[in-house]
Design a protein around this ligand. Structure first.
Ligand code: NAD
Ligand code: TYD
Length: 361
């Protein structure tokens, strides 16, 4: 078996967001000789406070900028000569993509195109096999599963249904084509729903924790019977690193936690954890705050990942169960009220008012 690919410098995009910042923390903690160049333009979803504990660490270089800026990306590649580019940056929220898809086209499609072009020119300057590009994608590109259908394998057809998943699918197709046509060493990962520290409270799990503690309604779209397959974020980060090290260029790897849950079950589990770890003053359960609201247009019914390929070929498997991951997540949010306060000011309140009604802010 050949030795693992082991870069000393990696350009990470979107490393101030939820998964990207967890990835930066995880790899810097585990790879002593690694330098990370972190390119992020700090949209509403990117927060430098996610990276505060890295202040003064010379192995982390933060650059504020746009992945669609060709001059900037080319100059970063020339200056730092990374051996890998791990592309997390994206507009990532389905509900926002329904209200305004333009930014999704720009960042997810145009931005990925730009990175691929810059990476192609850069790889030509390095020895063969000296560079890898990793495209971080989602299970949502596969579309919606029937209740009894087997989970998505890597062979599943792309059938994106939301503006978000359509732009991620377009980006994945570009990455595939850059491998097939130009020989760029591209690896693609398609992961299920993540949760954990630094999760922006517009997504279901952090939104529910945040609103529960404020005594607000916990909005469940439609009948709450939609199914998602949940993975603790650090498990995802380790899987991405494993694919970068040992994946075969041109291949796709599905990443998931074998944790299919209905939304209603997820919210009830969160309420039970909060009841135990931070009980309501009146002694009642947080579950009393659950409220059913209008469904998301075009809401995908079920996602589920078959993660056997990455386990079989690369030896990765999740370390957290859903129960242990949820408890760690609730604990993290209870311990970081300042982080929550910082990220839920200004633009966040505007979004909540638009999505859930002015009275819910
Ligand atoms: P996020 O929205 O929390 O973070 C995205 C980050 O990208 C932010 O820091 C933002 O500032 C940055 N960004 C956005 N546009 C940019 C631009 N034009 N230039 C530079 N930076 C820009 O997203 P996330 O949940 O951390 O997701 C990261 C990646 O993982 C995305 O590609 C997403 O599709 C994928 N993914 C997410 C999940 C999930 O459950 N969250 C699951 C599977 C795959
Ligand atoms: P979300 O966290 O937005 O992730 P995704 O849409 O990418 O799967 O939503 C997870 C599920 O929770 C999804 O089925 C929509 C549902 N949901 C609600 O029921 N209420 C909410 O307020 C939010 C944000 C999501």
């Amino acid at each position: 078996m050949s030795a693992d690919f082991s870069p000393s410098c990696v350009l990470v995009t979107g490393g101030a967001g939820f998964i990207g910042s967890n990835f930066v923390h995880t790899v810097l903690a585990e790879q002593a000789d690694l330098t990370v160049i972190n390119l992020d333009n700090l949209t509403y979803a990117g927060n430098l406070s996610n990276l505060a504990s890295l202040k003064g660490d010379r192995r982390h270089v933060f650059v504020r900028g746009d992945v669609a800026d060709a001059d900037l990306v080319a100059s970063l590649l020339t200056e730092h000569r990374p051996q890998a580019l791990v592309h997390f940056a994206a507009e990532s929220h389905v509900d926002r993509s329904i209200h305004g898809p333009d930014d999704f086209l720009r960042t997810n499609v145009q931005g990925t195109f730009n990175l691929l072009e810059c990476a192609r020119a850069h790889a030509q300057q390095l020895a063969p096999g000296g560079f890898r590009y990793l495209q971080v994608s989602t299970d949502e590109v596969y579309g919606s599963l029937e209740p009894d259908a087997p989970p998505f394998t890597e062979q599943h057809r792309y059938e994106p249904n939301s503006p978000y998943s359509a732009t991620k699918a377009a980006a994945d197709h570009l990455a595939r084509a850059w491998h097939h046509t130009y020989g760029l060493p591209v690896l693609t990962t398609n992961c299920s729903n993540n949760y954990g520290p630094y999760h922006f409270p517009e997504k279901l799990i952090p939104l529910v924790i945040h609103r529960a503690l404020l005594g607000q309604a916990l909005p469940i779209y439609g009948d709450g019977q939609q199914v998602r397959d949940w993975l603790y974020v650090q498990d995802h980060c380790r899987a991405v690193w494993r694919v970068l090290q040992a994946g075969v260029p041109g291949e796709t790897y599905n990443i998931g936690g074998w944790n299919e849950k209905t939304n209603l079950d997820v919210v009830r589990t969160l309420c039970a954890a909060l009841d135990e770890m931070s009980p309501r003053a009146d002694g009642q359960s947080y579950a009393q705050q659950i409220t059913f609201v209008a469904d998301r247009p075009g809401h995908d019914r079920r996602y589920a990942i078959d993660a056997r390929k990455i386990e079989r070929e690369l030896g990765w498997r999740p370390q957290e169960t859903f129960e242990s991951g949820i408890r760690k997540t609730v604990r993290w949010f209870l311990d970081h009220p300042d982080w929550v306060r910082d990220v839920t000011s200004g633009a966040y309140r505007q979004w909540v008012s638009q999505q859930y009604g002015a009275e819910s802010v």
